[in-house]
Design a protein around this ligand. Structure first.
Ligand SMILES: *Cc1c(COP(=O)(O)O)cnc(C)c1O
Length: 637
């Protein structure tokens, strides 16, 4: 971005630079007045609502930043798209069965999300997948009758009993067996209750997948049966006269699989298992291919671990045709296709909005007119470099200035240089670095030195949020989420920065971004304006983040609103939830807020007796303390 682009900057440039054109496809856009909008198609045309309007709506209802915003319409549109694209692929291929998706609740268990998925998904027969007892209970309470309910993961006796009763009530509850030891218990409970189970077997395919989540398949995966165990399990069921219960074959290749060829290989292998088992007389009906449908977080349709080299139609066609091609020569009937797409169903639905509290700039605070008398020769040299910046070579100048700075710091440690001189030398270094960086940018040059300078000089924007609470995967596995200011996009972003959160943890930061130019350690940003919030959004974060988040530094849940956009362009707040208060967070750590207050009151009373404070001051302090207990954990802007 050079001086020319500053003069001619438009919102369309912002859409390009921040990648909104790519990752925001169909869901987000930038308005003429420089605001990110939420886009929802209606029969009468598309509606675009600025996020700042939604934020205002939340504010009017008492919800301050940071705020998690859900757009219900996005859940509906993703579910519709998934089901309809499978339906199209099936009809085009002449495939002789249908698709029956399930949503794996571990990806987002929030009631607002599950309720909407079940409500809207019921028209497609979309079911749920549970991986634990709490998730099973949640699914049983949420799902409609006859819904498909896939149970993965470890199961104990109570789990099995509940699942069996669910079958009697009319659900299609399938126990997917992950380990050979589960079967005897299922057989015993089914006999005891007189209810026959629906059984699935989870296989391990040997086809390898790439991406960030590769451990879920392959020989050493902790999930699924080896082929030997699979055969033994089938034989046991046959011997026990329960082969008719075995209706589903399950395989989960991994999450966020970037390469369609790997999906094809996995599906082909799973279909071979299906064909041979069916050929042996196992009355299989469902082939469940698990999750893995990727989200294009960076929007470049590539094999990059945060992208995917296929679209939804490619994915559905690949699955339908691969099953068909593998089964047709064997004469085995086409199964009902099940997938457990989590990430691709809910990622778009949620975004985090937060304000910036402060900015740290790497700029010289003051510079001398001449090198101070009697200063060290290196300081004098830095002074000279700062004066000659226009003349020195960028690469060499940068390297020399950096080496001088480091040597001066060493001299300070050794006691050769005093604090005031070190401070002066640091200012000089920043002046040199700024000059060089500006020169490089004006010439639109690219070089390793210039990249290093950009990172070195980037501002730090302090955001009112916690990475650990709201974006745990960005910390734990370096997941990249799209980040952009949600307003002022008609203004040239003249600053360059990284983002730090509120926790006192050096990992509490966002310093890896996807821009139109590729991956970047810095983000173009706007300078703060007096008396006005500067608000950033983190997008596509609806999958996996909410329950993984933790209370690092005791920052709790943020405020949350679920919004439904209406055809005339208005929106309704369907659900709202206030963030954790300080007292709620303390209670999670087994503090009793009442005792807590009492402990503090006793201390204060002693301070009065000791003459440290008077009674009026005591009142003031106690009032502050008790009102803070009821406040949320984030900062007021
Ligand atoms: C996590 C998980 C999923 C969801 O995978 P996505 O890639 O998010 O769609 C599906 N099935 C199983 C068994 C899982 O463990």
């Amino acid at each position: 971005m050079n001086a020319t682009s500053k003069r001619s900057w438009t919102p369309a440039d912002a859409a390009r630079v921040y990648g909104i054109d790519h990752w925001g496809q169909d869901h987000f856009a930038v308005s003429e007045d420089g605001r990110i909008t939420v886009r929802v198609p209606f029969p009468s045309g598309e509606v675009a609502v600025p996020l700042t309007d939604i934020l205002q709506g939340a504010n009017d209802r008492g919800h301050a930043l940071p705020l998690l915003v859900r757009i219900e319409n996005f859940l509906d549109s993703r579910l519709a798209l998934l089901n309809e694209t499978f339906r199209d692929a099936i009809s085009q291929a002449g495939y002789q069965n249908h698709y029956n998706g399930v949503f794996p609740v571990k990806v987002n268990q929030q009631s607002a999300v599950i309720e909407e998925i079940v409500r809207f998904g019921s028209r497609y027969g979309h079911g749920l997948e549970a991986g634990s007892k709490p998730e099973l209970l949640l699914c049983l309470a949420s799902l409609y009758e006859n819904g498909l309910l896939i149970c993965n993961g470890y199961k104990d006796r109570e789990f099995i009993d509940l699942g069996l009763w669910a079958n009697k009530l009319g659900y299609r509850c399938v126990f997917v067996i992950e380990s050979p030891n589960e079967l005897p218990l299922i057989i015993a409970r089914s006999r005891a209750l007189g209810i026959s189970p629906l059984i699935g077997l989870r296989i391990k395919v040997s086809a390898k997948v790439g991406g960030l989540w590769t451990e879920t398949s392959g020989d050493r995966s902790s999930f699924g049966l080896s082929t030997a165990q699979l055969i033994a399990t089938v034989d046991t069921l046959r011997r026990e006269n329960m082969l008719d219960c075995l209706q589903l074959l399950h395989c989960h290749l991994g999450s966020q699989i970037p390469d369609i060829e790997e999906i094809r290989n996995g599906v082909r292998e799973a279909s071979r298992f299906y064909a041979d088992l069916a050929g042996e007389g196992v009355p299989l009906r469902y082939l469940d291919l698990g999750g893995g449908l990727a989200v294009d977080y960076i929007g470049n349709q590539s094999k990059h671990s945060h992208s995917r080299n296929y679209n939804l139609a490619d994915y559905c066609n690949c699955i339908v045709r691969t099953i068909q091609e593998t089964l047709d020569p064997t004469g085995v009937a086409h199964p009902i296709i099940v997938t457990e797409s989590g990430r691709a169903t809910v990622a778009h639905n949620t975004m985090l909005l937060f304000n910036i509290l402060d900015v740290m700039r790497y700029e010289p605070l003051s510079l001398p007119d001449m090198p101070p008398q009697g200063c060290h020769p290196l300081t004098a040299r830095q002074y000279q470099l700062s004066q000659d910046a226009a003349a020195i070579d960028l690469e060499n100048g940068y390297r020399e200035a950096l080496a001088n700075r480091d040597r001066i710091r060493e001299l300070f440690r050794e006691g050769e240089i005093r604090l005031r001189e070190r401070s002066l030398a640091e200012n000089l270094f920043l002046a040199i670095a700024r000059n060089l960086a500006e020169r490089g940018r004006a010439a639109a040059a690219t070089s390793p030195a210039l990249d290093a300078l950009t990172t070195l000089l980037a501002d730090i924007y302090y955001g009112n949020f916690s990475v650990f609470q709201s974006l745990p995967d960005s910390w734990a596995i370096d997941q990249i989420f799209p980040v952009a200011p949600i307003h002022r996009l008609d203004e040239y972003p003249e600053r360059v920065g990284t983002i730090s959160d509120l926790t006192c943890d050096c990992d509490g930061k966002l310093d890896h971004f996807i821009l139109s130019a590729g991956e970047s350690q810095t983000l173009p940003l706007h300078p703060l304006q007096e008396g006005e919030d500067y608000i950033l959004g983190v997008f596509l974060m609806g999958a996996y983040q909410e329950t993984l988040g933790d209370l690092h530094n005791l920052f709790g849940d943020t405020n949350v609103i679920s919004v439904r956009i209406n055809e005339e362009g208005s929106f309704d707040v369907m659900k709202e939830q206030s963030g954790d208060t300080i007292s709620e967070v303390l209670a999670m750590l087994e503090y009793n807020p009442a005792f807590f207050y009492e402990n503090f009151r006793e201390k204060i009373e002693l301070a009065v007796r000791g003459g440290k404070i008077n009674v009026a001051e005591r009142q003031q302090i106690l009032k502050q303390f008790s009102s803070q207990l009821q406040r949320q954990t984030y900062f007021k802007s």
